[in-house]
Design a protein around this ligand. Structure first.
Ligand SMILES: N[C@@H](CCC(=O)N[C@@H](CS)C(=O)NCC(=O)O)C(=O)O
Length: 214
């Protein structure tokens, strides 16, 4: 199996960490889609809309982090998407909000403070990054804090699910943009996140990314 996409993308990271947790081997093609890599013929064949992550597996191609994880759960047996109806509903809910509202907010920081200046050779929109840091992200964290279970180290039930991988992955982009979750203001979120980031899958991913993000 081959995974196309830059590791710093929250969506690519989600698939990479999922594979690490499941010990699913893959080759990584670190495609950055906002430059010449977009013309890579293998990538174009796997990702018609030029989005990352894309996957090629035994001649089958697929785009979108959640779609790829659902495919891998079907192929390798379900492990990180719960079977129980309510647990599955909640896990997919967290995956969805990670990919939408949280990725939008953390992306404003990450894109403008890291991607634009470091990888695209232009200034980022510092006003947009500051607004996300000072207003959007704290407002989201306040809502998230109330949803972090008090009696578990995980977002759903008592084991790791796609919810933890997706949500904790988004916070890595915030970290690359210079923001950590304030433990004094959001203790449950900070504690949950520290536990997930300490897993070997995340620890290795973050260490590798920090060499790239600088
Ligand atoms: N919902 C998609 C989002 C994928 C996505 O937006 N990826 C971004 C990188 S973080 C991308 O490919 N951007 C390039 C573009 O839109 O041209 C997923 O979960 O995979």
């Amino acid at each position: 199996m081959k995974i196309f996409g830059a590791a710093l993308s929250p969506f690519v990271r989600k698939v990479m960490v999922y594979c690490a947790e499941r010990e699913i081997a893959f080759d990584h093609a670190p495609i950055f889609p906002m430059g010449p890599d977009a013309e890579n013929p293998e990538f174009k064949a796997a990702s018609p809309m030029a989005k990352i992550p894309a996957m090629e597996d035994e001649g089958y191609t697929l785009v979108d982090s959640s779609a790829i994880i659902h495919y891998l759960e079907a192929k390798h047996g379900s492990a990180l998407i719960p079977d129980d109806a309510k647990a599955r509903g909640t896990a997919i809910y967290f995956d969805e909000i990670a990919d939408t509202v949280f990725a939008g907010a953390t992306g404003a920081v990450f894109f403008n403070r890291v991607v634009a200046p470091k990888f695209m050779g232009r200034e980022g929109d510092t006003v947009a990054a500051d607004l996300a840091e000072n207003e959007t992200i704290p407002a989201l964290l306040e809502k998230l804090e109330a949803q972090i279970p008090q009696d578990s180290d995980f977002l759903v039930g008592d084991a790791l699910t796609i919810a933890d991988i997706s949500m904790a992955g988004g916070f890595v982009n915030m970290k690359h943009g210079g923001i950590l979750v304030d433990e004094a203001k959001f203790p449950r979120t900070a504690n949950w996140l520290a536990g997930i980031w300490a897993r070997p899958s995340f620890a290795a991913q973050i260490a590798m990314e920090e060499k790239i993000a600088g």
